[in-house]
Write a protein that binds this ligand. Structure first.
Ligand code: C2E
Ligand code: CA
Ligand code: CA
Length: 747
């Protein structure tokens, strides 16, 4: 059996995958969800950042342009104030500051586009549109080509009057320089900024990818890169928004790379600043964020799993402790009765003809216990357990069921008698603490049959077989056989029909009269039950032990008691006789004192004088540790019943205990009468009579069968005699004849 002793050798704790696995799965799923959430948070964050970046760019751009515009205003203002009389005075005055404002040169032109620049170039017929010629505010042009240097330039312009003539001041900037000053490369040059007008024409591009003039950013992107339709929509939307002068942030996939884009109106010339950051540019930041999140996830998972593992292991420890206390016998470290019953089932699952159950009882272990003491005997049991377990074929379950009783279920192809012989030999001599102990055991053997499934029944059969040997000494084992099977069948039969029998009044009482030892007149009777089943009379010895086991005796005794009370009431009425009757009360009642009330209720119902009722309790009831016999007997006595101690002399009750019990009668058991013809036992019965006398009780001697016995008993100082010699148990009607003969001593 694999299960055997796993509780002893099992030292490593195994995690129960059963529930750790689902937890890990849940954690992984949660991590993924959490991770997704973190990612979306990150994206949101990037959108926010890039939009902030856009606004910063706008502010910066605005302030730079405003400064430049202010410079131009200042020049025009001072011209208007009449500080200068010609162009060269103006140029002389402001040329030194040009560089500070990133201007390349100044120029003053008339309406036809003719004029001079601050660095001495003559300009002729420069195409001047109306926007340039604004007297109120500074105009900033879109990109155009310089006629002087061929560079891309932007022009700030404002009109004024010089000496009464309309003139316009140009302050030019190289677009190229502009880019460096105004538009930032973002994220170490991986990201960048476009400045476009509301038609999408690129004015400046910090990426340096657009070289030509008049390039439309939307067309450029769509033509140059591979943009899928669902992404194009986003560009269209931006286009629309820019036209409507609103701002926005979005991300878009272009050529497999994701870009975060923000567009802001800068408030000058309907120009827009567009910040573009590829995902790869922020990957480092993103990765760090993700790595931290991942680390946190792993840490939390680790904590959760650790807690799970801790809980699991502490559960296992707890379970193991529970298991140990529920299944392990602490003395032998073998399994206990629970264990045996639980694991034996596995043996019964499949059948083959080599399986046996052995019930092993150590003979006279009580004597050894008294001799050597409790601790030493525990050691004996321990060694015995070990020898039993190891001395038999390995496929076995060996357990100690209780006190000195062991049970083994085993499978063996060896001859079972040889196995039994070996067990008997192995354990006949045991050495504990250098003391050699000779043990004698009785082994009840049951060969497991095909249809055996109930371990309790099998165990009962092995016990039954074991009981056949006890006391015989002729053999040490007994195989459960047909005779036992039949008696078991009989038991089953009885159990099936007992309730019915009570209902059908199949249980009847007969009375065995008791006689005064001196004058031999009837003084009372003992009620005895008989079962009239079909045409046979079943004697109490065949069913009382079984009824005591299944507790049916509680019902039966009560029934018999009521019948006796009925008879007493009838006799009183019909014959005016008050005879004393004793009734047997099984010790099973004594477990709970409530039965006394039921007995009282019955005597009240039939109006019986309780001093006419003698309750016979067996001496063995007084020895049962679970029964508070003193309390119960006192209670019975307090209601007026008489108490008789039945089968006296067979139970070894202590004299001290007997002295305390308020007993009225002692019934000396038949065995003493039987042996009274032997001289030595004559002495024995003398002693018992002496003890009874000491206790001051009435003495009844039962089982007197012969004249010799009767003579002998009469020679002793006994009060009452009961036995076949005087009368066998008789039916109620026969009892009544005594009343008519008027032989009764009325008590
Ligand atoms: P017990 O209480 O010791 O009853 C005496 C038994 O000895 C009776 O056996 C009786 O018939 C038998 N007996 C009496 N005189 C002689 C004799 O001279 N020679 C021999 N050989 N036997 C004699 P019975 O009626 O078979 O009862 C057996 C036992 O069954 C009783 O032993 C008692 O323990 C139990 N019993 C009987 N009726 C009841 C009952 O109603 N309730 C309970 N709980 N037990 C009962
Ligand atoms: Ca009796
Ligand atoms: Ca008796």
């Amino acid at each position: 059996m694999k299960e055997k002793y796993k509780y002893i050798n099992y030292k490593n704790y195994r995690l129960s995958i059963k529930w750790i696995l689902p937890i890990i799965c849940i954690i992984i799923i949660l991590s993924f969800l959490g991770f997704g959430y973190i990612k979306s948070l990150t994206y949101k964050n990037i959108h926010k950042n890039i939009s902030e970046l856009g606004q910063q760019t706008v502010t910066q751009l605005n302030s730079s342009i405003e400064e430049q515009k202010k410079f131009v205003e200042t020049i025009v203002d001072s011209i208007n104030k009449g500080y200068f009389s010609n162009e060269s005075e103006i140029f002389d005055n402001f040329s030194a500051n040009l560089e500070n404002y990133h201007f390349t040169r100044l120029a003053i032109l008339d309406k036809s586009g003719n004029g001079i620049t601050s660095d001495g170039h003559i300009v002729t017929n420069y195409p001047i549109t109306n926007e340039f010629f604004d007297f109120d505010k500074v105009y900033l042009s879109e990109n155009r080509k310089s006629t002087i240097s061929n560079n891309q330039i932007n022009i700030y312009s404002k009109a004024f009057y010089l000496n009464g003539q309309e003139r316009v001041l140009f302050a030019t900037v190289y677009t190229e320089d502009y880019k460096d000053i105004l538009l930032r490369k973002l994220y170490n040059g991986l990201g960048g900024t476009f400045l476009i007008n509301d038609n999408g024409i690129v004015l400046i591009d910090s990426f340096d990818i657009i070289k030509d003039n008049n390039v439309n950013l939307y067309d450029f992107i769509l033509n140059k890169y591979n943009v899928q339709d669902n992404q194009k929509i986003k560009i269209d939307e931006m286009k629309k928004n820019i036209k409507n002068k609103t701002r926005g942030t979005f991300d878009i996939k272009i050529d497999k790379e994701k870009y975060f884009i923000n567009y802001e109106n800068i408030g000058i010339n309907d120009w827009y600043v567009i910040n573009v950051v590829p995902e790869s540019a922020i990957a480092k930041e993103l990765n760090l964020f993700i790595a931290i999140s991942l680390g946190v996830c792993v840490f939390i998972n680790f904590i959760i799993i650790s807690i799970c593992v801790y809980v699991d292991i502490s559960n296992q420890i707890k379970n193991r402790k529970l298991y140990k206390s529920a299944y392990i016998d602490p003395i032998t470290l073998l399994g206990n009765e629970n264990y045996f019953k639980e694991y034996s089932k596995l043996f019964l699952k499949s059948y083959n003809e080599n399986k046996f159950l052995l019930a092993i009882d150590v003979n006279k272990f009580k004597v050894i216990n008294n001799l050597y003491g409790y601790d030493f005997c525990n050691k004996i049991l321990n060694v015995l357990g070990e020898k039993l377990k190891t001395g038999i074929p390995s496929n076995n379950i060996t357990c100690r069921l209780y006190s000195d009783v062991f049970a083994i279920i085993l499978e063996t192809t060896e001859d079972i008698e040889q196995v039994l012989k070996k067990i008997y030999k192995d354990i006949s001599i045991i050495e504990v603490d250098n003391i050699v102990i000779h043990l004698n055991v009785s082994i009840g053997v049951y060969k497991i049959k095909k249809y055996d499934t109930d371990i309790n029944k099998i165990l009962d059969k092995a016990y039954m077989a074991c009981k056949q040997i006890k006391g015989t000494y002729s053999n040490y084992y007994y195989m459960f056989d047909e005779a036992l099977e039949n008696s078991l069948l009989k038991e089953e039969d009885i159990e099936v029909s007992m309730e019915d029998a009570l209902e059908k009044k199949e249980f009847k009482i007969i009375y065995q009269p008791k006689f005064d030892t001196k004058n031999e007149k009837i003084v009372g009777a003992e009620s005895l039950v008989r079962w009239y089943k079909n045409d046979t009379i079943i004697m109490p010895d065949s069913f009382i032990p079984l009824f005591e086991k299944n507790k049916f005796i509680l019902k039966l005794d009560l029934y018999i008691f009521e019948q006796v009370c009925k008879d007493l009431a009838y006799w009183k009425e019909k014959f005016d006789v008050n005879i004393r009757v004793s009734v047997n009360v099984s010790k099973e009642h004594f477990v709970n004192e409530n039965f006394i009330q039921e007995y009282i209720d019955i005597t009240d119902k039939y109006n019986i004088d309780r001093s006419n009722l003698e309750l016979e309790i067996t001496e063995s009831a007084t020895l049962d540790k679970n029964i508070d016999v003193l309390k119960i007997v006192n209670k019975i006595k307090s209601y007026g019943f008489r108490i008789s101690l039945d089968d006296f002399g067979t139970g070894y009750s202590s004299l001290a205990m007997l002295q305390e019990l308020p007993i009225d009668v002692i019934k000396i058991d038949k065995v003493f009468v039987d042996k009274a013809n032997l001289n030595s036992d004559k002495n024995m019965i003398n002693y018992i009579v002496l003890i009874a006398k000491q206790l001051g009780t009435e003495i009844v001697v039962e089982g007197v069968e012969t004249k010799e016995q009767a003579e002998f008993i009469k020679s002793l100082e006994c009060d009452i005699i009961q036995g076949f010699y005087y009368s066998t148990p008789i039916e109620k009607e026969k009892m009544e004849k005594y009343f008519i003969k008027d032989d009764t001593i009325l008590l």
